[in-house]
Design a protein around this ligand. Sequence first.
Ligand code: GTP
Length: 330
Amino acid sequence: MKPALRALSPASWRQSFSLDGRDVARWFPGHMAKGLTKMRSSLRRVDALVEVRDARIPLSGRNPLLQESLGLKPHLLVLNKMDLAELSAQKKIVQRLEAEGLRNVVFTNCVTDENVRQVIPMVTDLVASSYRYDRQEDPEYCIMVIGVPNVGKSSLINSLRRQHLCRGKATRVGGEPGITRAVMSRIQVCERPLMFLLDTPGVLAPQIESVETGLKLALCGTVLDHLVGEETLADYLLYTLNRHQLSQYVRHYGLAGACDDITSVLKQVAVKLGKTQKVKVLTGTGAVNVLQPSYSAAARDFLRAFRSGLLGPVMLDQDVLQSCPPSSDP
Ligand SMILES: Nc1nc2c(ncn2[C@@H]2O[C@H](COP(=O)(O)OP(=O)(O)OP(=O)(O)O)[C@@H](O)[C@H]2O)c(=O)[nH]1
């Protein structure tokens, strides 16, 4: 019998996600490597790096290639989209990052500007306590904003301008990865100290550590969904929500209960939303059009709802955090 949409016990949920045959290399476009080369050549003019990561993937969201350059400059890590992240393990996240050498961390929401005011004082302190080579006397601070696509780099810049300059948008924001195309737009964000930020296009590592890391990055919108497959992503989302026992999706779509079978869930979602499509079916008397649930439209809605926070906050790196050595804190 096909798993019906009823409450399944957690014991019957999948314990792992089948990753067979997925070619993660195809998901991440090659133009990003070019961006990285240009960014490297501008590093000399830069006083500090502000790295933005999605707070839902504080560990998997890093780019090992960017990391190579980070040791050279003062570095602030902004974990953005805190409103979408389940942060009960915040202390553990900070400890884990500290163990990786990332001691300056701030959680932000660049839509509501929460905690954004902490960014400039933190950067100013970092620069003040570092050696600025030939720019020691230069009153202008130049900060490079880096991070994988769609984490909110442009939103952070706009939020800083709202906070410190009372000015509107200087850089384009978008829900899809790769909105920032022009490498290195230089944008003023503060008068005292005089501070400019360089917005950069999102850069992803050409080699993602594992397919699961690739799926987490894709779930957070760092690549275009169709490259991974909307239904694959929806399935990974369902698997994650169930494993973390997050059943908000059941209430959001008015389902009868939690279920671990994506075909079943998408079918119900499509019916609830009235997302159907005409399909030609060959019968003994010829072709007839029948209405079928649109699985792809349902998958798109499921992903959109997750990304707008309607399915509740999530910590996608829970597995990585659980594999951490226990904290030495009392
Ligand atoms: N919920 C939530 N959404 C955010 C936050 N910050 C940014 N966003 C949204 O995330 C999406 C991407 O934001 P951008 O600022 O364009 O991201 P980016 O890193 O500059 O993107 P690229 O240009 O692709 O590198 C937009 O839809 C923003 O509105 C946040 O703190 N919370």
